[in-house]
Design a protein around this ligand. Structure first.
Ligand code: MSP
Length: 672
């Protein structure tokens, strides 16, 4: 099986994950999920870049050691990506022990080969970019990317990497391997800059202590420069073994998926380092564009930040994933707006996709008692057209995905969703039902279910949660990810006999006038921008404190998972009971809530639980769960709940698991 090793940039942890970071991780995740579907043995690496000067300063401002600070922040990034369903295989941190060993080994290797030399550096440094800025790039005394931040003058005796020796080899490699830098526009920028000449670059810092220590035998007073350390994460993630030429089955990387601001590091310094170390080069570096907010680059230091998690809390991960992949075209910049997101949600997800699925399921339910009918052989040109759109969508989207043009692939997939909606209107199943044309009606319903199933397989890299749900309510076996992309053309074989489950709206419509999301959030982000304009925003140079004190306390204790202790008397106040679920149904108009009727032995009662994304109502009936029986009653979305069930997340936080009993016990038994 061919392998595919994909990496993202690793994020600085001096601030919370923002929408720009999220965009990159989502894009890479869509590619990784697609590659898995296409049959590649895929490995997806992401993580955090922790040895920056910014981090050291921020930690100091918070009264924490850099490592304590990084532990908290890396946790935030990791849980943000979990919430967005980023299917990484490893979350690497540059403070990981194996990474430190890899970095030191690479430095040793370069030194042995004569590519490292001591020299004196003097020049300007941008702490936001964590890079030395050449005089010719300085704009009005500032870094061009961070105009609100002062540059810092640095004069140090450092170790330098002999980048200047690689001008010709790099140009040759880029010439002979046009897929090395994508899109082509980035390649031209890089080539032009290489042609201007390459200077040796500093790879150590002597005035810092927060970093990977330089190998002792070379110099024990320096640390490795953060960028040099960071790039090497791609080798660590591939299973680099210090001291061995051959390593990992994953290297060379197939794709470094990174932002356009860091192409210089990835397309020049990184390949030159690998050439010097005699390690094969990655196949492709793709420099994606930026997500802007009202035209400005999303950036913590520039005060333009949209919190992706707030969006997820309001509309779910799939909505953000879908919108970003649609709004930021292949390799270019794209603007994020709350109105744009709400519009894409309502019109594409709620109307086009959600309604298509709900209408189809309702009709299969009504006309065929929920059982998808078998093929009848009666087919009309209308049917062939829909099938043709489906086959082309599978082929075209595949090609676009291979080209990493995710936006166009999404467009191709949507042609099928649009065609299926049109097919409903043209075939008018309700008329066929009225006229008693049962055979024709069966063909129409089968074709619709097939179109949806095909669409869902292709959509699963983009909107994995909704895709799984649709797959489930259609009654299809397994998960949409289990179908290989090239088998998608035969998805029809899975259909006859499956039984659909009626469900509430997949994407409940957002009321643009009243919803908190559409109005409140939008105003907040606007206000932040206004504030910045008026110069009232915090001075970027003074690290702002952003950790809650409880987080700090926990970091210091080094026991982030242990909560405050309670006494046995406190515990005794809880009335935990075993209860049997006797009825379950989705709370109408909600995405997450289920109303359960539970049997507590001496009484039956109703509880409401937010588990609809993880369990279908049918699956729940008959389970013996554990509930807190003496919780005071509360109303959840207007429905009374008398008690609370216990459940926990699985290790990857992607599934919820109910706490159940593993031997039969009478309903109402006390748990202690
Ligand atoms: N730590 C370095 C990368 C080292 S990789 C060996 C870094 N970190 S970063 O936190 O500043 O950026 C991480 C990634 O997020 C980069 O690829 C960057 O381009 C991307 N983005 C940051 N803001 C962005 C947008 N507004 N839009 C899209 N991506 C952007 O650079």
């Amino acid at each position: 099986m061919a392998k595919f090793y994909i990496t993202t940039a690793i994020d600085y942890v001096n601030g919370n994950p923002h929408l720009g970071h999220a965009y990159e991780k989502i894009g890479a995740d869509v590619i990784a999920r697609f590659k898995r579907l296409a049959g590649y043995d895929t490995f997806f690496l992401t993580g955090t870049d922790e040895h920056s000067l910014n981090v050291a300063r921020q930690a100091e401002a918070e009264g924490l050691s850099p490592k304590e600070f990084c532990d908290i922040m890396a946790g935030r990034f990791k849980s943000a990506w979990d919430k967005l369903n980023i299917s990484y295989d490893r979350f690497i941190r540059t403070t990981d022990r194996d990474h430190v060993a890899t970095v030191q080994d690479v430095v040793r290797r370069l030194n042995e080969r004569g590519y490292i030399d001591k020299g004196t550096y003097s020049g300007y440094y941008c702490v936001s970019c964590e890079r030395f800025i050449e005089e010719s790039d300085i704009v009005e005394g500032k870094c061009p990317l961070h105009p609100s931040r002062e540059l810092e003058w640095v004069e140090e005796t450092n170790y330098f990497f002999a980048l200047s020796k690689f001008q010709e080899p790099l140009l040759k490699h880029i010439r002979e391997n046009p897929e090395f830098i994508l899109p082509a526009s980035r390649r031209n920028e890089v080539v032009n800059r290489i042609k201007e000449g390459l200077q040796d670059v500093s790879v150590s810092r002597s005035t810092l202590t927060w970093g990977v220590p330089f190998p002792k035998e070379i110099d024990d007073s320096q640390v490795v420069y953060v960028w040099f350390d960071a790039l090497i994460n791609y080798l660590t993630g591939a299973g680099y073994v210090p001291g061995r030429d051959e390593f990992g089955k994953r290297w060379p990387a197939d794709l470094h998926y990174i932002g356009k601001d860091i192409t210089w590091f990835h397309c020049v310094i990184w390949p030159a380092t690998l050439m010097a170390a005699d390690i094969p080069l990655p196949k492709t570096v793709f420099g994606h564009g930026f997500v802007t907010f009202k035209g400005a680059k999303m950036s913590k230091s520039e005060g333009v930040v949209v919190d992706p998690l707030k969006v997820v809390d309001s509309l779910g991960a799939d909505s953000l994933r879908y919108y970003l992949m649609k709004a930021v075209p292949h390799g270019q910049d794209g603007d994020f707006s709350f109105e744009g997101l709400a519009e894409a949600y309502n019109s594409d997800l709620a109307n086009d996709l959600g309604n298509l699925v709900n209408r189809t399921i309702s009709m299969v339910d009504k006309y065929f008692k929920g059982q998808v009918p078998s093929p009848t052989g009666v087919s009309e040109p209308l049917d062939d057209e829909l099938r043709e759109v489906g086959q082309s969508a599978v082929r075209n989207a595949h090609k676009k995905m291979e080209e990493l043009d995710l936006t166009s692939a999404l467009g191709d997939i949507w042609t099928l969703i649009t065609a299926a909606n049109k097919y409903i209107e043209d075939a008018a199943p309700w008329v066929l039902a009225r006229e008693g044309k049962k055979e024709r009606l069966a063909t129409v319903m089968l074709n619709l279910v097939e179109a949806i199933a095909k669409g869902v397989v292709m959509l699963s890299p983009f909107i994995p949660e909704a895709s799984r749900k649709i797959w489930y309510v259609l009654g299809l076996p397994g998960k949409p990810e289990d179908v290989r992309w090239d088998e998608n053309l035969e998805v029809a074989n899975l259909l006859p006999g499956i039984k659909v489950t009626k469900t509430g709206p997949l994407f409940p419509r957002l009321d643009m006038e009243t919803s908190d999301f559409a109005t409140g959030e939008f105003r907040l982000a606007e206000l932040a921008k206004e504030k910045k304009k008026e110069g009232k925003a915090k001075k970027a140079d003074s690290p702002e404190k952003n950790l809650r004190s409880a987080e700090k306390e926990e970091a210091k204790k080094g026991e982030a998972d242990v909560k405050d202790l309670i006494s046995i008397n406190d515990f005794a106040k809880l009335d935990l009971r075993v209860a049997e679920i006797v009825e379950a149904e989705r709370v109408e108009g909600t995405d997450k809530l289920v109303r359960l009727e539970i049997d507590l032995g001496t009484e039956k009662r109703q509880i409401v639980a937010g588990i609809a994304q993880y369990y279908a109502a049918d699956e729940l009936v008959g389970k013996h769960i554990v509930v807190v029986a003496n919780l005071e009653p509360a109303k959840v979305r207007g429905v009374e709940s008398r008690g609370m069930l216990l459940a926990g997340f699985t290790e990857d936080r992607k599934e919820l698991t109910l706490i159940t009993v593993d031997k039969p016990v009478p309903n109402g038994s006390k748990v202690s």
